[in-house]
Design a protein around this ligand. Structure first.
Ligand code: ADP
Length: 482
């Protein structure tokens, strides 16, 4: 069976509050009741003791004057018509000497009773009685004395107290509940505001923020954290929107080119060579389009976390040789030379496919932006401890420091026209940065306008990296020899 839960926090708080107050009041009432009942009973016992002494005095006085004329009632005070105390006296042989009028007959206490003995008994008609019995010697004769008082008064007072406390308890609980409800309502009012405000925040309306009444209290902190999260979401949305717009724009350019080349081709009458040229341009644009789509796919996979990073040992020099070999056709077209330098033993701990992708983009840029006949230098080195680096240096136009941070953004180009003419999509460095960061590395840039640029991929070194396990190295060696 489902457990019942109050629908509002307010109600829940109020219920908890009144339950707590109820419990406290109950404990308090129990304490008060115990204390009062004990002191009332002690007082009754003290009065009984006084009564006993009075009877003793009466016995003494009787002996001093005349034993037959003795009556223990002499020293007694009677309050009202209802007798509330009585006394009984038995003689040395157990004969009843005196019993206050109105007191029912009850057997004498054992004469051997040493000292005083208190007892609670139930009298006629269920009347609660308290007795004190004891022996008293007058000369050679020993008397047994029992004084009795009604406990009715004590009972009555205790009942009244109980009634007062019993009435107070529900009142306190109800008051606490109402007070708690009001208090919770006041305390939770900002939450209601926040809920209303949050309801108005949608994907199209991300501007709104939650009200922060007091940034230092719990609710204020919650609202602040929530607002910060909204900031991040808004930024991410904005980035996504920009990315979509930029991507569409980038895709449109080659498509427009294909279309216009096609239209021009259609107007050609002599076919043959002209058509071939048109088809050639179209294929070129299609290549560009394919490259762009590939890069977009790479980035969107990376964004959605679907690109797996399989770290292993990457021999950096071999990788540099492979990449420069792959791109040497491009360099040759521009009469450029690429040289690779470094120690073959330097290895990084990374995913080789991702690092290859990053390096291709860096070397491709170096070739693309360097003038004809220039030299591109790739260097592999390590600091001998934790880091290994791949460095690509060109003698191109260099990059102004104001663009340093932004060139790694998607679709950002220092010179739109020139980059596009050179086949750039504006995604190369974004991909390179992501690929390196996914391996726990970073890309550093040193550049001076007019003198060239150096891009450096810095990775965790495998040479001395404590993370490299023997198994990994063995597998790697096997791979190299096999
Ligand atoms: P693109 O595909 O346009 O080259 P990238 O993301 O690779 O895009 O580079 C972004 C921008 O950074 C380029 O448009 C270019 O302006 C600048 N850039 C990148 N590499 C170099 C370089 N080696 N020398 C000069 N500028 C560069």
């Amino acid at each position: 069976m489902p457990r019942w839960r109050p629908r509002s926090v307010r109600l829940r708080l109020a219920l908890w509050y009144s339950a707590a107050v109820g419990l406290v009041v109950l404990i308090y009432a129990a304490g008060v009741y115990t204390f009062v009942s004990r002191s009332l009973r002690e007082e009754l016992d003290r009065s009984l003791h006084d009564d006993f002494e009075i009877v003793e005095q009466s016995l003494e006085t009787a002996r001093a004057s005349d034993a037959t004329a003795w009556s223990p009632e002499q020293g007694h005070h009677t309050d009202g018509s209802e007798p509330v105390r009585w006394s009984e006296v038995w003689g040395p042989v157990g004969e009843l000497r005196f019993r206050s009028p109105g007191l029912e007959e009850r057997p004498a206490p054992p004469t051997a009773a040493a000292g005083y003995e208190y007892a609670s008994v139930v009298g006629a008609a269920g009347m609660p009685l308290r007795t004190l019995s004891g022996a008293h010697s007058v000369g050679a004769s020993e008397f047994v004395v029992r004084v009795t008082r009604s406990e009715e008064g004590v009972r009555h007072e205790l009942n009244e107290l109980l009634m007062g406390l019993g009435l107070g308890l529900p009142i306190a609980v109800v008051l606490a509940g109402v007070g708690g409800y009001q208090l919770a309502r006041r305390a939770l009012r900002p939450v209601e505001h926040m809920t209303e405000q949050a309801q108005s925040i949608t994907a199209d309306h991300l501007r709104a923020r939650l009200p922060v009444d007091n940034p230092d209290d719990e609710l204020g902190r919650l609202a602040t954290v929530f607002n910060e999260m909204l900031n991040r979401i808004e930024e991410a949305f904005e980035r996504l929107r920009r990315f979509t717009a930029d991507a569409s724009h980038e895709l449109r350019t080659p498509l427009t080119a294909i279309r216009s080349v096609g239209e021009v081709g259609l107007r050609e009458r002599d076919g043959g060579a002209a058509y071939r040229e048109v088809i050639g341009s179209m294929l070129e644009e299609t290549d560009r389009l394919t490259g762009l789509v590939d890069r977009l796919l790479f980035l969107s996979r990376a964004d959605s976390g679907r690109t797996s990073v399989r770290r292993g040992l990457v021999p950096l020099l071999a990788l540099a040789r492979e990449v420069t070999g792959h791109l040497s056709v491009l360099a040759e077209e521009r009469a450029q030379t690429i040289d690779v330098e470094g120690e073959a033993s330097i290895e990084a701990r990374a995913d080789p496919m991702l690092i290859r992708e990053a390096l291709i983009n860096l070397v491709d840029n170096a070739i693309k932006y360097s003038p004809r006949g220039a030299r591109v230098h790739v260097r592999v080195f390590s600091d001998g401890r934790e880091e290994a680096a791949l460095e690509v240096t060109d003698t191109g136009p260099g990059i102004d420091p104001e663009h340093h941070a932004r060139i790694f953004e998607r679709f950002y180009r220092v010179d739109q026209g020139r980059s596009r003419d050179q086949g750039g999509s504006g995604l190369g460095l974004a991909i390179a940065r992501w690929a390196v960061a996914a391996n726990g590395g970073r890309i550093e840039l040193e550049s001076e306008v007019g003198r060239g640029s150096t891009f450096r991929i810095v990775l965790a070194s495998a040479l001395l990296s404590s993370q490299v396990t023997g198994t990994e190295r063995a597998l790697h060696d096997l791979g190299q020899h096999g």
